[in-house]
Design a binder for this molecule. Structure first.
Ligand code: NAG
Ligand code: NAG
Length: 276
């Protein structure tokens, strides 16, 4: 019974974390990543103090964006033998990647940035909302095991294709909805599926369907982020049953706090592009 209660609490907490979306966890990670010397315990000391928390230097600096024609070149990477590429933008790439990883016949997934104006963008660049990159998942699939239509079905079911440059609370061009095709065949199927999907929806679909352009793989810590959750304690769909409850609580409260301080509040003030 105690075990069940713990499980339920873990589940509720996980759902809440999920609800807070990508930026909360990203923020936590960025805080931990950008300052190697700053430990979790150090941050926890600062938790109660609002004035110090506002002085995080990385919140305000905006990197200079240099446009480059290279970014507009086609994606010339080559998939593994017998495989094909497919590419989708459907909001925060973490969850989208996890969903595609679970499809039988999908042999490889990578998250990255594409369709923007600058060469080799970093996550920070993309989050300025000035590079026009979309967060995408580039999928490799074996066409004998899995059809492109299956991938399209997942794409439509995975997000809201009717909101321009946003998914829920995540706002900015990086969260736009798009299908980036590699072959004329993919383009045809994508356009047909959009038409079919439109019949099911009242609001107009705003997803773009464009040729795949140069793919910039995202920073290593973004790759397979949610499926690596066991390691970092943020697995999206599996509540961490075996983890001591106080630890889970601590992580959750910390994430909520970080989300509140750096995400939600600033987002209301229109600064979200610097903080996600
Ligand atoms: C981390 O600590 C080391 C040694 O104390 C120091 O040399 C380094 O500059 C510090 N790095 C940061 C980012 O503060
Ligand atoms: C992000 O940029 C797009 C154009 O690229 C713009 O339409 C949108 O309003 C911007 N969003 C925010 C939150 O600034």
């Amino acid at each position: 019974m105690a075990r069940f209660g713990r499980w339920v609490i873990s589940l509720l907490l996980s759902l809440y974390i999920n609800h807070l979306r990508c930026f909360t966890i990203t923020r936590t990670l960025t805080l931990l990543n950008t300052s190697p010397n700053r430990s979790l315990s150090h941050l926890s000391i600062k938790m109660g103090s609002s004035s110090t928390a506002q002085e995080e230097p990385q919140l305000v600096d905006t990197p200079a964006i240099v446009p480059s024609p290279l970014a507009q070149e086609p994606d010339n990477d080559v998939p593994a033998p017998g495989n094909q590429f497919a590419e989708f933008a459907a909001g925060c790439f973490w969850g989208v990647e996890l969903a595609y990883q679970r499809i039988p016949g999908v042999t490889e997934t990578e998250v990255g940035y594409t369709q923007g104006i600058s060469h080799n963008p970093s996550y920070k660049d993309v989050c300025t909302n000035t590079t026009n990159h979309a967060e995408v998942v580039r999928v490799q699939y074996d066409p004998n095991e899995c059809t492109y239509e299956t991938l399209l079905d997942l794409f439509w079911s995975r997000h809201d294709p009717t909101t321009l440059n946003r998914q829920g609370k995540l706002v900015g061009a990086q969260y736009r909805s798009g299908i980036y095709f590699y072959t004329p065949e993919q383009e045809k199927l994508a356009r047909e599926s959009l038409e079919n999907q439109q019949k099911k929806l009242e609001k107009k679909i705003v997803s773009e369907i464009l040729p795949a352009k140069k793919f910039y793989k995202a920073e290593e810590y973004h790759q397979h982020y949610l499926s690596k959750g066991e390691k970092s304690g943020h697995a999206q769909t599996q509540p961490s049953i075996g983890r001591p409850l106080f630890y889970q609580l601590y992580v959750t409260l910390f994430e909520i706090w970080v989300g509140r301080r750096k995400g939600c509040k600033r987002m209301k003030n229109g600064y979200s592009i610097h903080t996600t």
